[in-house]
Design a binder for this molecule. Structure first.
Ligand code: DAT
Ligand code: MG
Length: 126
């Protein structure tokens, strides 16, 4: 998913391009603005974390682009292209390192495993 900062900064094409050039296949795509209820479902594992209020405000602040990508090891390949959660720790050449500066505004979300992928794709495309 391209988060509100990625959309607002005009980086949708750049980010999609990186996944396409890697060889992944774009299967579904949807632009929407996440509301509080959807944010709480999507980020259920983080609702009790101290940073959740900030995450909630950010993720509902503007439109996002939700996508379903397919291909060999798609989940881990996406996570590798995205880079570490905190852009300051992300390797150069990753999306978060190349375009991000602070952890809240880290441009992209990617499911962290097959179960979360299934659950999250159900939320956005079910
Ligand atoms: P990821 O998005 O790499 O899977 P995560 O699931 O641990 O990372 O956290 C979800 C989002 O919450 C993350 O993209 C940015 C925000 N976040 C995580 N840890 C944070 C922290 N310590 N302070 C502020 N925001 C944080
Ligand atoms: Mg996560």
């Amino acid at each position: 998913m391209i988060k509100p900062d990625g959309v607002a900064r005009g980086l949708v094409g750049e980010i999609i391009s990186r996944f396409e050039r890697k060889g992944l296949r774009l299967e579904k795509m949807r632009m929407l603005t996440i509301d509080e209820e959807l944010a709480r479902r999507h980020y259920a594992e983080h609702v009790e974390k101290p940073f959740f209020p900030e995450l909630l405000e950010f993720i509902t602040s503007g439109p996002v682009v939700a996508m379903q990508w397919a291909g060999e090891s798609a989940i881990s390949v996406c996570r590798t292209l995205m880079g570490a959660t905190n852009p300051l720790q992300a390797d150069p050449g990753t999306i978060r390192a190349d375009f991000g500066l602070v952890v809240t505004h880290n441009l992209v979300h990617g499911s962290d495993g097959p179960e979360s992928a299934e659950r999250e794709l159900g939320i956005f495309f079910g």
